[in-house]
Structures are given as C-alpha cells and as structure tokens.
Design a protein around this ligand. Structure first.
Ligand code: PMP
Ligand code: GLN
Length: 390
C-alpha cells in the first residue's frame, strides 16, 4: 500500500537543483554548501581518528568528549548552562535530531506551529509523527512574525512551535523582541519550542544570534538543535546536537536510539576537537562569508538586480520583480540553470500553501570568480526570460 504522506512528495528542491547542476555542468548556487574545504586541523583530526582511533560503535548518546565540548561551546558563545550528561545528545546531523524530536515528542493530533518558508524536512516528519501543522506565513522583505500572526496560530491544541533561527532561506537573524514575543506565547499556551539553530555560527556582525532557550520560561520547554556541518562548513559530515532539559530528553534519546543509534566516532572526535580549539575559526569564518555576500551583492547590483537584506546563513535572496524578472521564481530558476548555467533555489518550493513566488535564493559561500560569473549568467537568464515572455 502506498504511504499517502511520503509517496506524494516531490524530490526535494535541493537535490533537484544540484542534480540539474551536475547534469548540465552549471555553477551551483542552489543547495547550501561552501567551496571552502573547512578547517584543515579539524579534517586532519578526523583522518587521524579513522586511522588510529576507535572505529567501533561509540556510546549511543555520543562521545562524552563531544557532549562536553558542545556544552562548553554553548556556554562560551551563548551563555547557556547545559549539563552535558543529561542535556546533550549527539545525532547524525540536525536532520536526525529533528526526526528524533518529532517522533519522540509529538502525539497524534497535537498541533505544531510551523513558519513558512519551511525547511523541507519539517512537514513530512511532523505529519508522519501524527502532528497537525499550523502554518504561519512569513514574507519578504522582513520575514518577521508579529503578535497578531502568533495569536491567530496558537490555540487550545497547540503543543509545539518550530523555529528556524537564523532563518533559511531568508538569512533573518531573529531580533530579541520577536523571540521574547514567541517565548511569551509558548509559556502562555504551555507549548514546547523546537529550535533549529543550525545557522547559529553563520551570523554577520553586528547581528547577534540569541537562543530562544535563554528567554524567560523557555529553559525547560525548548529543544535546541545544532549542526557541526554548518559550524565548520563540512555539510557532508552529518554530526548534529540535541540539547534539552532532562524532563524532555528521554523520548528524544529513545527515538535517536532507534533511528541511527549512533554517529561515526571519528567525526565526533574531530568535531569535539574543533569546538574546543575553534575560537579563531568561529571569528574568521563569518567575516569571510560576509565578504562573499558583499561580493555577490555588488556583482548583482552592477547587473541591476535587487537584493533583500539578510544577516546570516550562506544565502542571499533576489527580489525578482524589482530586478526586472517577471517570470515566477521556479520558471526563472529552471531557465537560469538550463539556459544560462547557474543553479539557484526558488523560494516558493519552501512554502506548502500560498507561496511567495518572487524570491530566488543564491548560496554565496563560493569563490569570488564563481560569484562574479554567476551574476553575469543571471543577467543572461533575465535577458532570455524577457525575450521568452515578451
Ligand atoms: N535545518 C536547516 C534549516 C538547514 O538549513 C539544514 C541544512 N542546511 C539542516 C537542518 C540539516 O542539517 P544537517 O545537514 O546537519 O542534517
Ligand atoms: N540545508 C541545505 C540548503 O538549504 C540543503 C540540505 C539538503 O540538501 N538536504 O541548501
């Protein structure tokens, strides 16, 4: 029997666009991954651990050294006081942490507030767990929620709210007043917040990432999810973290136990090393990425494109109509990859209902020459689009 939840879903836009880029030899500014190979010392540590370390099953909850390093990192960078032994679990990427959270906590019929644009994995996993998503639609240029939107979404059956901060694809770093508002509603409705904070290290000064967990009343009702893939620009590593108060943790740990049980020990050891020694990397990586963002924004501005504001992630967004593109985002993205050789992500793919169709997401974590060439190719795509739709 076909499963109605998963069988009706299309292939994710990230794989669709990367597949087209591979097939056509296009520049890939679609799926978010950096050109930079990541910190050499961390990769060397992983190689050493493969050759000389233990390659057998590590402890189910993660290597103690990594769980300690995660608690230490969040203490230093976000002033969080996490007990590594009872409040930190290592997962196989943030994706597994999300799956374990949804499968572990959601009971059939629970309402889960989810913001659109929504990361591709959330809705299928929430529904598979029996949850009923309540969508809140965010829109450009500011992508922020307000009290009216939240009060319309929260209700008697609300059990969870999922927050992605910093927000992929928008690059929004939630301001403290927005987090305080969301915390107020979570407390009032006795809801648990699932905070996907994988982009927490990829934030450009003067913006500052603040964890919702640190807001009044949230310490005991937040699941905080992180990813070494984003912290170190090693997206294929799939080492993630689940942090939550001891009362929330048992079902999460059990779900993790049956999903993957554990995560490669050598990569865990290398991530622990990276977190303990990474102060320079964490200072320099966002600066280099901010420079890449500036580079792409300037090249696009020279071509007459209009860029939306953003303070974090690997992504910059184009306002298509303001840039002289009349086609909807998906049609333009397909034209750009097929006819001009540059892959992107149409943001409408990250809406289930009432999509925003005027925004194109570009990954700027690339070499300057690639960014410059991509801007030129996007201008070609715009020209081809004008001719085709004239
Ligand atoms: N959540 C968001 C918002 C992401 O952007 C990503 C990956 N880019 C993930 C989760 C998945 O992270 P991981 O690769 O660690 O599973
Ligand atoms: N998070 C990455 C992005 O937003 C994609 C991850 C994936 O392909 N599943 O581009």
């Amino acid at each position: 029997m076909a499963d109605p939840i998963f069988s009706s879903l299309p292939m994710t836009i990230f794989e669709e666009m990367s597949g087209l880029a591979r097939e056509l030899g296009a520049l890939n500014l679609g799926q978010g991954f950096p050109d930079d190979p990541g910190p050499q010392a961390v990769r060397a540590r992983a190689a050493d651990a493969v050759l000389d370390g233990d390659n057998q099953y590590p402890p189910m909850l993660g290597l103690p050294e990594l769980r300690q390093a995660v608690a230490g990192h969040y203490r230093r960078t976000q002033a969080l006081d996490l007990d590594w032994a009872s409040e930190v679990v290592v997962t196989s990427g943030a994706t597994e942490a999300l799956a374990a959270t949804f499968l572990g906590l959601i009971e059939p019929g629970d309402e889960v507030i989810v913001f659109q644009p929504v990361y591709d994995a959330y809705l299928p996993l929430i529904r598979r767990a029996g949850g009923v998503p309540k969508l809140v639609r965010l829109s450009p240029p500011h992508w922020r929620f307000d009290r009216t939107m939240l009060e319309a979404a929260f209700g008697a059956r609300t059990r969870f709210v999922v927050l992605n901060n910093p927000l992929n694809p928008a690059g929004l770093v939630a301001p403290p007043e927005d987090l305080a508002l969301l915390a107020e509603l979570c407390v009032r409705h006795d809801a648990v917040a699932v905070c996907d904070e994988v982009w927490e290290q990829v934030v450009f000064a003067p913006a500052v990432h603040r964890p919702l967990m640190a807001f009044p009343g949230m310490r005991e009702r937040t699941v905080k999810i992180g990813s070494a893939g984003k912290m170190f620009g090693l997206t294929g590593w799939k080492v993630g973290f689940l942090c939550a108060a001891p009362a929330l943790m048992p079902p999460l740990a059990r779900a993790h136990q049956f999903l993957t049980f554990t995560t490669p020990p050598n990569l865990q050891a290398a991530v622990a090393y990276g977190l303990e020694t990474g102060a320079d990397w964490f200072a320099q990586m966002p600066q280099a990425l901010a420079a890449s963002r500036e580079r792409l924004a300037a090249a696009l501005a020279r071509e007459g494109f209009k860029v939306l504001p953003g303070q974090g992630t690997y992504f910059l967004n184009l306002d298509l109509p303001a840039s002289g593109v009349e086609e909807p985002d998906r049609a333009f993205a397909l034209r750009a990859v097929r006819e001009a050789g540059v892959a992107s992500i149409p943001v409408s793919a990250l809406y289930e209902r009432d999509p925003v169709t005027t925004v194109l997401r570009l990954c700027f974590a690339k070499a300057d020459a690639v960014l410059d060439e991509a801007a030129t190719r996007l201008a070609t795509a715009r020209e081809l689009s004008r001719r085709a739709t004239a």
